[in-house]
Design a protein around this ligand. Sequence first.
Ligand code: HT7
Ligand code: ZN
Length: 873
Amino acid sequence: EHTIFLKDYAPTPYSVVAVDMDFKITEAGTRVRTQMTIEPRPETEPGTPLVLDGDGLTLQSIAIDGAPLMMVAYTTDDDGLTVVEPPFRRFVLETEVNLTPETNTKLMGLYRSSGTWCTQCEPEGFRRITYYLDRPDILAPFKVRITAPRDIAPVLLSNGNLIDKGEAGDGMHFALWEDPFPKPAYLFALVAGDLGSITDTFTTSSGRKVDLAIYCTHGKEAECLYAMDSLKRSMAWDEKRFGREYDLDVFNIVAVSDFNFGAMENKGLNIFNDKLVFALPETASDANYANIERVIAHEYFHNWTGNRITCRDWFQLCLKEGLTVYRDQEFSSDERSRPVQRIHDVENLRITQFPEDGGPLAHPPRPDRYREINNFYTTTVYQKGSEVVRMLATLLGEAGFRKGMDLYFERHDGEATTIEAFLKVFEDATGTDLSQFSRWYLNAGTPAVTASDSYDAASQTYTLTLTQKTAPTPNQPDKPPFVIPVKFGLIGPNGSPMGWTAVAGGTVKDDLIVLDGDSVTLTFTGVANRPVPSLLRGFSAPVKLSTNLTQQDLLFLARHDSDPFNRWDALQTVATQLMAAAATGSQPASADVDALRQAIMDTLGDPALDHAFKAQVIAMPDETVIARQIGRDVDPSAVAEARHALIRAIVGPVAERVEALHAELQVIEPYSPGAAQAGRRSLRNGLLSLLTAGSDRGAALAEAQYHAASNMTDRYAALAISAHNWTKAAPALLGDFRTRFGGDPLVFDKWLVASSQAPDDAVIERLRAILAAPDFPRTNPNRLRALLGSFVMSNPAQFARADGLGFRFVTEAAAEIDKVNPQVAARVLTGFRILPLLEAGRREAGRAALEALRNQHTLSRNTGDIIDRILAG
Ligand code: HT7
Ligand code: ZN
């Protein structure tokens, strides 16, 4: 099937000067009339055909400058419309199509969600609305007229500013929107429906008053207040941190229930998955609140990084996504705790991106080919893309990075540009050569960095050697060395930082080593004692670090490192190593377990550390992280068992103290989603998790907490912990939760997630029954992802069962979902990327399930592409 290559990029022969659209919406269907003012580019030859994209459209009429086109003057097919010989001057092309948004289950283009008409155009949805040059380097100002029945659609929204509205006869009304900022079609949006709203205002630093509104289903208005608060804080932060002001008179957000992604940054009209807007303490957890804040910020920040400056082509996706994730992570760090945010983001990277980068779906943050662009909205483009920007900031320093960003906004405002242009602004602003650095964008794979050290007491010399190596990835057999910023410190025997008088052998500036060759050996002189090195502080590069540090050294770092990230990481490394060893047959020595327990208890007792950080320290490594540590021939059941056994060994002797701490930490003040209270709850629930997995006391405690909880954070934690450990009470608690909240779809998702995490052998049967129930909303992406996505990604022992039942359950479900919504099906199937990691029997069972799916069904390009890449890997 057709592969698109970056090397084939060429501008279109025609540009679009302006777009006027007219939507007539009725229950019977939607008529779309589009007038595009088009002109040939200076280099275009006369007679060059105009080729417009279209997907599933049927042309009703076509005219140029008002004159209908003869049949011979144009052709249409499945991929679009061609005007054979357009005028060789500026002209207006008018087309008309009829859409049936009611039957659009792919949720791309114009569709209906709970009766509301809404759109999703990124990346290639606009061509499902009208014939167009649907690519991000075509920028034009849009005027959009919407006419619809007033009773079913009193709210009519599009991008930009509202310039007119009124009656349109026969119970119809209209609104006219104008977006003065030239934009690519993927940022187009339209909403029409009967919606409630909350409103507010924000005054920008230059005094412009912006009207803010969040639209939602009637009755949900109070649940939008936290989102509104997050929006105002985001707007203020972008002014302060990046000097970026909002540019229109209005900023609207709409929450919809059926959405393929988290949210969409359409110019002036962000559309959100409602799970990232609605929050009340009784129905949303602290994690939900933090996510809402983050995604509201992310979409708002796109106004500058994505909208004002957009991508030249979809290969450049991480130009806007990686950068915008970096910006939202920085926002969350400033609003909450920086170290806690960093740990959270790195954990997420290791659990989601490292497996992608080390498996058959690996691709560079800036890929050079794709078959289906929707399959490249990945954790590599988003999260690794952010890490690459973060490394730039580390290498250039805060001031240098800001200078580069200022130049980026100044030089490229209003353009569709590239990763190369992005790197160039930093080169020009700081005089740094970033040609080797650009490899981070162009190469896939997680570099393995190895550190080894030695100390010579006689000469007071400390030697540190760092090497890097990156394994081959699909289409990229050889990896050149990356520029790896390694932040570091040396710690003396009493736990305080150690200095040196001189260093030779490589580039060291303050606390930064730059590893840019295959290896570097640094010699530090004037080092009074043997230090313990703290390397990759703050996770200064997205690499896998292995060191020759002993467990004792690591636990020393866990106690003494001034870098909170490395304190956390040292302890996690010890736990991961012990669990990986146990899963492959070497039971940990009891002295090692005792030492780890002691370090955990000391951390818990340290009054200088905050609750949220302690919660992260005591959270035991995820099963996927342990599996990666093992590296090959993994038996996920053995991993789950080893993990469980180590938790029992750690907690057993201290269960009473842990239980007392759990009791002590109860929050009695009224609920607030802020970091302080949320941190306290996360520690308390982390303790509950340890107790439930690691002692006989936990199950009853979890049951009691479930019933006594006054907020969703505590209730859901108790439910999820009970389900995950499949306690005696778990089935009854799941039953109670379902009846208690069954009517709220977003809470129903929580029930689905908790249900999918059960470790018992009957879990697949139960999930099958849930999915097969006639009233299961099988067209809603949130429901499907809650059930299948979390099963595939977070229940590896059952998903990768030796008998293949887990694999077949998922492929059979995916075959059905693919007919309705290929994007959702494809994403669920990415869970099969773990196959190469598994022991042979499971690997073959997984492959057989995928092959059966591939051979027995006619699949979408989305799922076909994912399966083929996994099977080839
Ligand atoms: N830029 C947005 C991506 C997105 C999307 C992609 C494919 C299909 C549906 C989609 N909805 C939104 C989201 C973002 O990164 O902010
Ligand atoms: Zn984004």
